[in-house]
Design a protein around this ligand. Structure first.
Ligand SMILES: [Zn+2]
Length: 271
């Protein structure tokens, strides 16, 4: 339990006096439930004025939907305290408010890939030479074999719509790769969105609409990039472990494996 709890405390950024009391896994529904509590007698800073050492007034049981840990839906349960501040009165302590709305890079790029694949399917109907090219458009040039790169070049000349959509994806990925400041991310995304809206590619326009409706969450990713980087790095390690240990049945075994594999990554960031 301690090992698992440690892993998730780091991944979720849970700090004292908060701790993970229990993790349960609902295999049937593919859900991970993480129960967070705080030590008895803990005092908290006032969320409004910052006054330290405020006593707990009462608690409310709350549940947050966190980003998935792979296909597992992740829920955080917390006995959420209200604190009593001498200056501000009774106020709710809110440690998880940002976690639930972050919309990360993996989800954004995945949806963009789906839009590109939709264009490819439509275009293949009128241009059969695109047949069998699905993976070429889903991958980045640096991950393609020499022959595939050549095909990419030829096919890009053959179909300007797909070439444009592909170029748009590379541009958006560059924003994620290079931008660390949310104000710069905002400017870059706005530029990209106006390009998308003018693209005359319906799946791309629909994607742009989805980006706009999740805009705050997408920007939140850049605001909490450091934290996101930790859990994202953890997530990619987890994915790799899961791929290698096909057919594990026991979540404890799985989580212990993750911990062992990810400890190199996690320990230096754990303070
Ligand atoms: Zn206060």
């Amino acid at each position: 339990m301690n090992i698992q709890a440690n892993l998730f405390e780091v991944a979720l950024g849970i700090k004292e006096p908060l701790y993970i009391k229990n993790i349960s896994f609902d295999e049937e529904h593919g859900e991970l439930h993480i129960h967070v509590d705080f030590s008895r007698g803990s005092k908290f800073a006032c969320p409004v004025c910052g006054k330290e050492e405020c006593a707990v007034h009462d608690t409310v049981d709350k549940v947050w939907r966190h980003l998935n840990f792979f296909q597992y839906k992740c829920y955080i349960h917390f006995r959420n305290p209200k604190i009593k501040c001498d200056v501000c009165g009774v106020r709710q302590f809110a440690p998880f408010k940002n976690v639930e709305i972050t919309f990360d890079k993996i989800h954004v790029i995945k949806q963009l890939n789906e839009a590109i694949d939709e264009i490819r399917r439509t275009e293949t109907a009128v241009n059969p030479c695109l047949k069998g090219s699905r993976y070429i458009w889903l991958k980045n040039p640096e991950h393609l074999a020499a022959r595939q790169r050549k095909d990419l070049k030829t096919l890009s000349k053959e179909n300007r719509k797909l070439a444009k959509a592909y170029q748009m994806k590379l541009t958006l990925q560059d924003v994620y790769r290079t931008v660390w400041d949310h104000r710069v991310a905002d400017v870059s995304f706005q530029k990209w969105l106006s390009w998308a809206v003018r693209s005359r590619l319906s799946p791309i326009k629909r994607f742009a609409k989805r980006v706009k409706s999740h805009y705050a969450g997408i920007m939140q990713f850049f605001k909490s990039r450091l934290t996101a980087g930790i859990s994202e790095g953890t997530n990619s390690r987890i994915q790799e472990i899961k791929r290698r240990s096909k057919g594990f049945r026991n979540i404890n075994y799985f989580i212990s494996m993750i911990y062992l594999e990810a400890s190199n990554l996690l320990l230096p960031t754990y303070t």
